[in-house]
Design a protein around this ligand. Structure first.
Ligand code: AQP
Length: 325
């Protein structure tokens, strides 16, 4: 029997190259290897997104973008988080089993609160409990995510282990699947911050729907240094980030890549071409899919019965184990 992979992505902002290389590309690559369940986590999105019409539109667009990127309904069950009520229900049970100290350590909450001090809400603080519920409901073996989610995955594993020990066997303990290359794509103009939908400046971020001209412009402006020597050196953050992006897209080894370019101009030209070559077919498919809106809306609810069955079984077990009637 195939192992199960589960992951989710928020319909906040516009999808970018970090989301694609850190998560989506790997979901697609491993599609035939695992039994896959992928989720548009719109309930997570309301921790930072508060325009209802925009949220509905972004949920639709993200769903279409995942399909356009190559997720295939024969191999991957895609669904919308808010349509399955067991997610917040299990999150509450987990909430009551997560020590405050564990939650207080979560760095993403600290980062996001610092960057948006006007919107520090309880949901944002509690995000990791809902994420743990998402994963544990589906008895997932693997969770393919970017490196930024590692700490949340550790919390998920800890709460599951503790719960199983305290109340009896209930949850499978999931393993993170973090890609060797592309796990942390950095902002182009601030290579020491991750590329992020809500935090990066427009110049620091390549969106999946950027035109070729836009990609060329942003890559040309990307921060490097004055050495003009091509080497995978973590200390040279700007160059290292560009080389890692190229590595994800080229299937070449690091030594081959280092020998391929004369200087930064040469690398930047090839990188912009490689990014557009990867994104162009996705953009075309996205345009095709979204022009048939009814088709996407039909797919958005297609897997719900299957998904609900798995979620219900886990939730009912957890509920009964803690003594809720
Ligand atoms: N820069 C990145 N490099 C590699 N992987 C990344 N991911 C996000 N940024 C990078 C991975 O994308 C998946 C979906 O992420 P998400 O949208 O659900 O939330 P996020 O991690 O918080 O992504 P953003 O772009 O930073 O969004 P905002 O700003 O809205 O919070 C995850 O697997 C993540 O690891």
């Amino acid at each position: 029997m195939k192992k199960r992979a589960f992951s989710g992505i928020q319909p906040t902002g516009k999808l970018h190259l970090g989301n694609y290389l850190g998560a989506i590309k790997n979901w697609v690559k491993n599609q035939e290897r695992y039994e896959n369940i992928y989720c548009v986590v719109n309930s997570h999105a309301i921790t930072i997104q508060n325009n209802p019409e925009e949220l509905k539109q972004k949920t639709f667009e993200l769903f279409a973008m995942l399909l356009a990127s190559g997720l295939d309904s024969n191999h991957s069950k895609l669904f919308i988080q808010s349509r399955i009520d067991y997610h917040p229900a299990l999150a509450w049970i987990l909430d009551c089993n997560i020590p405050m100290g564990d939650m207080n350590r979560m760095t993403q909450f600290k980062d996001k609160s610092k960057k948006n001090p006007k919107n520090i809400n309880v949901g944002l603080f509690n995000y990791p409990a809902l994420m743990a519920a998402d994963i544990l409901l589906y008895q997932s073996d693997f969770v393919p995510v970017g490196e930024d989610q590692k700490q949340h995955l550790e919390l998920t594993r800890d709460v599951a282990i503790r719960f199983n020990e305290k109340y009896g066997e209930c949850f499978k303990i999931p393993e993170p699947l973090i890609p060797e290359v592309g796990a942390r794509i950095m902002s182009l103009d601030d290579p020491y911050s991750k590329m992020s939908k809500s935090n990066s400046s427009e110049n620091g971020i390549i969106y999946m729907l950027d035109s070729k001209d836009m990609i060329i412009k942003k890559i040309k402006r990307a921060t490097t240094d004055s050495l003009n020597e091509i080497a995978f050196d973590r200390e040279r953050g700007g160059l290292y980030n560009l080389l890692c992006i190229y590595e994800c897209l080229s299937n070449k080894s690091r030594s081959e890549i280092e020998k391929s370019f004369q200087g930064y101009g040469d690398l930047k030209n090839a990188l912009a071409e490689a990014i557009f070559a990867e994104l162009e077919p996705i953009q075309q498919e996205y345009t095709r899919l979204t022009s048939e809106g009814g088709y996407i809306h039909g797919l958005m609810t297609q897997n719900e019965e299957y998904i609900k069955d798995i979620a219900r079984t886990t939730y009912e077990k957890a509920k009964s184990l803690v003594g809720l009637i």
